[in-house]
Design a protein around this ligand. Sequence first.
Ligand code: C5P
Length: 400
Amino acid sequence: MRLAGKKIVLGLTGGIACYKVAELTRGLTKAGASVHIVMTQSATQFITPVTMQALSGNTVYTDQWDARIPNNMPHIDLTRGADAIVIAPCSTNFIAKLAHGACDDLLSTLCVARPHHVPLLIAPAMNVEMWLNPATQRNVTQVKADGIKVLGPAAGEQACGEVGMGRMLEADQLLTEIIASFQAKTLAGKSVLITAGPTFEPIDPVRGITNLSSGKMGYAIAQAAWEAGADVTLISGPTALDAPYGVRKVQTQTAQQMHDAVMVELAAHHQHVFIAVAAVADWRVANASSQKIKKTSDSDTPQLQFAQNPDILASVAALAEPPYCVGFAAESENLLEYGAVKRAKKNVPLLVGNIGHHTFGKDENELVLFDVNGHKALPRADKHTLAIQLIQEITQRISK
Ligand code: C5P
């Protein structure tokens, strides 16, 4: 319920992407928002007000002379008390109108008449040539300069059969952007590097050694850091999760690959924060076979030998000018004792402890933060809530 208590005015203009806004409306209401739909006449050609009313549970407005508003001023009343106005899809024509402050229907008038503190977000959707047209680009530059947030568009196949920029973002991406727009940008201008998930150490081309980490905690932290305005790179081991929206993901398999990818990122860009969430294998198979190992007899068992993997966190913490390093410790018992010891051993300013078998694969977790002043518990909650709290804790520590 990340949008609980929020009033969103959702404007639809003409475009085939209107069908995606049905799903967006469901997502917004499921997230706790009250959604108030305003449609242009063109939008009603693509999806009906009946559908949008059923999905939002609120009256849909299409006409600036709608007498259902007591004072007959829907262009004023609809945005009073709103937390945001979102225009999705936003047509080429509507961007042009916004750029010039035109007021020739309810939605355009309502945008111009909105209180100055109500954010306006637009999700452009149009043919690639319309998007690339110099007039459109001029208008996009102008609306950005006026403080309107432009979400997307994305590139890809278009309804007209052409391919290129101009596709509206998907409903889940828009929902993520809208949720993020309400988060304080406490990490704006900061780069955050995160490892997440398990590693996989091959025994032969079809077998390997891994662990039960799902990657959910690390991915949630990456998402929370992006929502706080950071530039986020996620170095992930094998997981079943989609890359968090807005985050650059680098896929790795083994601990050595994860280590090397982290070092490449640190060399390429200045990273302010490094959060090692991955459950990295301590050992790899030293005598991994390049061919599948065959069972040759009933008594025969392969003899595996192990070599130690590099400790990624310790290597980063040992750099001459390390980023602010945050480690994770998955223990099975004695968390308070082991956590404090591990923080000292890894030489990191902040270590986050959890109980491995209580968290691996689950949607909930509880964390204990260890720093120079002692420890602090973040009580049981879903991983997204904990991720937001952890990012706030890190932000406070790096801003001191
Ligand atoms: O020593 P232990 O594996 O319990 O330490 C856990 C912390 O160290 C986690 O932050 C994990 O991501 C990190 N780690 C690492 N490289 C390793 C082993 C652990 O970065 N080879």
